[in-house]
Structure formats: structure tokens, C-alpha cells
Design a protein around this ligand. Sequence first.
Ligand SMILES: *[C@@H]1O[C@H](CO)[C@@H](O)[C@H](O)[C@H]1NC(C)=O
Length: 312
Amino acid sequence: MAKLVMLTLLGLGLALFRDHRASYQTRLNAFREVKPVELPNCNLVKGIESGSEDLEILPSGLAFISSGLKYPGIKNFEPDKPGKIFLMDLNEENPTVLELRITGSKFDHSSFNPHGISTFTDEDNTVYLLVVNHPDFKSTVELFKFQEEEKSLFHLKTIRHKLLPNLNDIVAVGPEHFYATNDHYFVDQYLRSWELYLGLAWSYVVYYSPTEVQVMADGFDFANGINISPDGKYVYISELLAHKIHVYEKHANWTLTPLKVIRIQNILREEPKVTLVYADNGTVLQGSTVASVYKGKLLIGTVFQKALYCEL
Ligand SMILES: *[C@@H]1O[C@H](CO)[C@@H](O)[C@H](O)[C@H]1NC(C)=O
């Protein structure tokens, strides 16, 4: 009898394990095959070999690109070098990238590990660049002033907060005001693995300002990219492992109300609601994370590898 109970428990345990393993593979899209969709005129961006995890294009056509992310479990081609922020002028015929120099005495360049980035331009056209940083795998937001003439970033301050423990991406709504995604709940690496594997969906989104910090949305299975509509009325949050994009209405008091969820499924069916403009199976690009458009050109970034610039 005791043996039967033990066997049943073992069986139940294994069933639970199998079930989680299957759903983990589905959540990761582990068996998805990607059929390439090509664009006629694409070029890899020279000088980007170690990631372009996030990028943002200013209305002027200047693009900021974060490169060199070190993230647990993810490949890195330059593990001994600090990360970089590149600048690319998309108005040029054959744009190249330039590494922005970082100035300011309080900033530790050797542990720079940039992840999501976002810009904010104030009334007198000062451009602030806010960068999620992981020095020693911790999470901070670095606030820089972009100095276009000098091609440099002047470090203004480092923001840390207990509600910003596992930052991934950020969208600025003021010089020191932003929404940010925490892609995990736990900080401890062991607990993080279980959180991810079991699909607890405890990842959340925070609003930060110097005077108020608050969780504004939660229950995500890995909240990843975050962005805001050009009119500033809606906030978009991508939920990586649920394969969803959430659309929220942003209120004057910075709270968010869920409006709708866009599930991107079956993108190649007869009447897609979403247009697939480019797809690659890993031959050219691996692990793409971000894309943005400027004057009919598409710039695509990747977690740890290259960047691609195409005509649409
Ligand atoms: C924030 O604003 C929204 C919309 O006006 C309102 O429904 C909500 O109660 C407000 N929340 C707080 C905490 O003030």
C-alpha cells in the first residue's frame, strides 16, 4: 500500500513535471519554424557584432543603439568588455555607427551593461537618454544628457529603487519619469529559474518619478518591451512568454487601464491583421528584439549579435 502511494506520488510528480516542460517549450516557441520573408535591400550594420538589444530613433533620424548586453543564460561575444551606446545617423546614404563617449565623473564605465533604452526631449530640445543598466547583474536606470556636438553622453544620475529589481525595458515620459518592465519577480537566480519554468507570471510594470513610484500593472509571464503611442495616450507592453501585446490607456494620474490584448498568431494566414515585413531563420539575424522605421527604412536589432538595416 505504501509503495502504491509512493508510486502514485512519483507519477503525479512526473506528470506535473512533464506538463510544465511541455508548456515551457510552448511558451518559449521552442519548436516554431520561421520561414524567411525577405526585403530587397538589406545590409548588416558595420561595427555591431555584440548585440543591439534596444534602439530608438529620434524624429531627426539619429538612432541610439544599446549593445553588449550580458544577461544570465544569454550568449555574449564580448564578455570581458563593457557595453556601449552607438549613434547612427539615418539621414546618411550609408550610415555607420559611432560609439558615444560617456562623460561624468560618477559613472563606472567598466561595469556598463546596457539593456532597454528610451529618450525624452524637453521644451528646450535637450535630449535625455535613459538606459536600463545591469552593473554586476543588478538593475539601475542611468540618466544621460545627449551632447550632439561632442557626440557624447553626460551622466547625470543613477536611479535605483526596490520596485525596480529586474529591469528589462523602459519608456521615458519625462526627464526622470518613466514606465519600466521587471521581467522577473525574484532577484535570486535559483528562484528566478523556477519562477520562469513554472510560469508563475509574477512579472510587473512600474511607474517611476522622483516623488512617486508605483506598480501599475502585474501578472505578466515575462513583461519585456514597453512603449508609448506617439500621442502619449496609450502604453504598449509585450508579454514575451504569452506571445501577447497589451494595450493600456494612460491616465493623467499615470495609472493604466487595460484596453485590449493583441495575440499575434498565425501571421501567414490568408488575411493577416499584422503584416510580416521581414523574417529570418537565423542565417542572417539571430534573436531579434527590436525594430523601428525612419523614412521608409527599417532598422532591426538583436539580443547578442548583429543589426540589420533594410529598405521597406
Ligand atoms: C486615476 O485616474 C483614473 C481616470 O481618471 C481614475 O479612474 C482613477 O480612480 C484614478 N486613480 C487614482 C489612484 O487616483
